[in-house]
Design a protein around this ligand. Structure first.
Ligand code: AMP
Ligand code: ZN
Length: 472
């Protein structure tokens, strides 16, 4: 079964074949480390993780490179606004280096919690200034740059294919109302490669360059670092859909204009947005949705991962706590069902030992994930396997462990639930609660429920009396 993926460049599904049959070269735009990642950002990293896992499941070795933006990302993608790192530094009084270190660690803690595989190379922009300067030099030699007002600009009029990814209609381009008009630009879509004429008094991070002391434009780092680690042409480049019209468009222009080779990248794969109740998820609204916040509210990071798998990566996904609760319930059910299989003595078999109906389940799973990463369909295979009476417990476990290499829900970490004895004190509390409920003293009944919860015991009132279970 061949892997097909939606290529934004072609606007269609295409069969995937890598340039080097042994190794897929994949670049994903990484975080700007001026704040915590919000759960929208994390949805994109979960989608990229699924992509990588599907490639690995298909037998490829994946060289996965991700940048960490610790300089040069302005508040607006069109060279407008302040540098995000400098802005946080001013607001908090901490150095930009401190901020970068703190939020880089926070980012990788989040991705670890979400069982997102660590990139083969995670590279910082500030450690690749030399490569960026070399790339500007190549662009300069090829006649694609000009200097104006002290900054070095990329001239999009020297690159006729500009805008091909987003299918931009350049005839309609005007100095947009959204972006600040930079009067140094010959064309409003030209973009900065090197700032020397910083708009800000305190640009904390600057480097010497042939054009003077300054710092790189944001788009440059992804071209310079991806080509350093993956070569001048490679297989896949991904990120969120917001990157299509500006960031990725500019990356293509810089890279293809520098090397003269096209296409720079064969597959462009973009993940759609996670929306909150206001529409766009943003970090500028005070308290925003982070993984730590979800954990504080009692969710397991795997609940969020399960929630993400419930939507196709090319569809927008609406976040709400109700939907997260549903994902949590479904995942808990999955864990309980797996525990039951293990209690029944299920154990992992060789895949080759599976019966024809079991093999068919794996084929159905492949049919879902190899057709443009259809994770909602993949999840329905999980439930079909659990309900299938033709499969033995060991076959079910074997299939689930196998497909969890892609789902990444840590199914193989599920263990048989420990049979726990209740201490005499807690048992006495449950008995007291039954009595006070009969006497309609619901205040005390609720108090006891809370005390039990603090001890990790959840109770349920049923017709045949109070049932309890351990939730730790
Ligand atoms: P940033 O740290 O802002 O550069 O963004 C990191 C990644 O998250 C990029 O690939 C963005 O395209 C992506 N992204 C930003 N906002 C959202 C959102 N609300 N939903 C999904 N992905 C997002
Ligand atoms: Zn990028």
């Amino acid at each position: 079964m061949s892997l097909t993926l939606y290529n934004t460049m072609k606007k269609s599904l295409e069969e995937f074949t890598p340039i080097d049959p042994e190794e897929v070269k994949l670049y994903a735009c990484g975080p700007t480390v001026y704040n915590y990642a919000h759960i929208g950002n994390l949805r994109t990293y979960v989608f990229e993780d699924i992509l990588r896992r599907v490639l690995e499941y298909d037998g490829y070795k994946v060289n996965h490179v991700m940048n960490v933006t610790d300089v040069g990302h302005l508040v607006g993608d069109g060279d407008d606004g302040e540098d995000k790192m400098v802005k946080t530094s001013k607001e908090t009084g901490r150095s930009v280096y401190d901020i970068a270190e703190f939020y880089t660690k926070a980012f990788f803690d989040d991705t670890k919690d979400l069982n997102i595989e660590v990139p083969t190379v995670a590279c910082k922009a500030t450690e690749h200034i030399g490569e960026m300067i070399a790339l500007i030099r190549r662009l300069e030699e090829n006649g694609h740059t000009y200097i104006s007002g002290g900054n070095v600009y990329f001239s999009i009029d020297t690159f006729p294919a500009y805008g091909k990814l987003a299918r931009l209609d350049l005839s309609e381009l005007k100095s947009g109302a959204r972006i600040e008009v930079d009067t140094n630009k010959r064309n409003p879509k030209d973009f900065v490669l090197w700032f020397t004429n910083s708009k800000f008094d305190k640009q904390a991070m600057t480097w010497d360059s042939p054009w003077g002391v300054g710092y790189p434009g944001w788009h440059l780092e992804c071209s310079a670092m991806s080509m350093k680690y993956l070569g001048e042409q490679f297989d896949i480049h991904c990120g969120g859909t917001d990157h299509i019209p500006v960031h990725h468009t500019n990356e293509i222009a810089q890279s293809e204009a520098a090397t003269g080779k096209s296409p720079w990248v064969n597959f462009w794969i973009h993940g759609e947005f996670l929306l909150d109740e206001t529409g766009k998820m943003s970090k500028s609204k005070g308290e925003f949705l982070t993984l730590s916040l979800l954990k504080k509210k009692g969710y397991d990071p795997m609940d969020f991962r399960y929630f993400c798998l419930g939507g196709h990566y090319r569809s927008q996904l609406q976040f709400s706590f109700e939907s997260l609760d549903s994902a949590k319930t479904a995942r808990n059910n999955l864990v309980t069902r797996v525990q039951k299989l293990l209690e029944e003595g299920a154990s992992q078999l060789e895949l080759s030992a599976l019966s024809a109906p079991a093999q068919k389940c794996i084929e159905e799973f492949k049919g879902a994930v190899f057709r443009d990463l259809n994770m909602p369909r993949a999840l329905s295979v999980v439930w079909a396997v659990l309900k299938d009476n033709d499969l033995t417990p060991s076959e079910k476990i074997t299939i689930l462990y196998d497909i969890d290499k892609v789902l990444g829900l840590r199914i193989d970490g599920v263990v048989v639930a420990e049979v726990q004895e209740l201490s005499a004190d807690l048992l006495a509390l449950i008995q007291e609660r039954e009595i006070v409920r009969k006497n309609k003293n619901f205040i005390r009944a609720d108090e006891i429920r809370d005390i039990l919860l603090e001890h990790g015991i959840e109770i349920k009132d049923t017709a045949s009396g109070t049932k309890w279970k351990s939730i730790v």
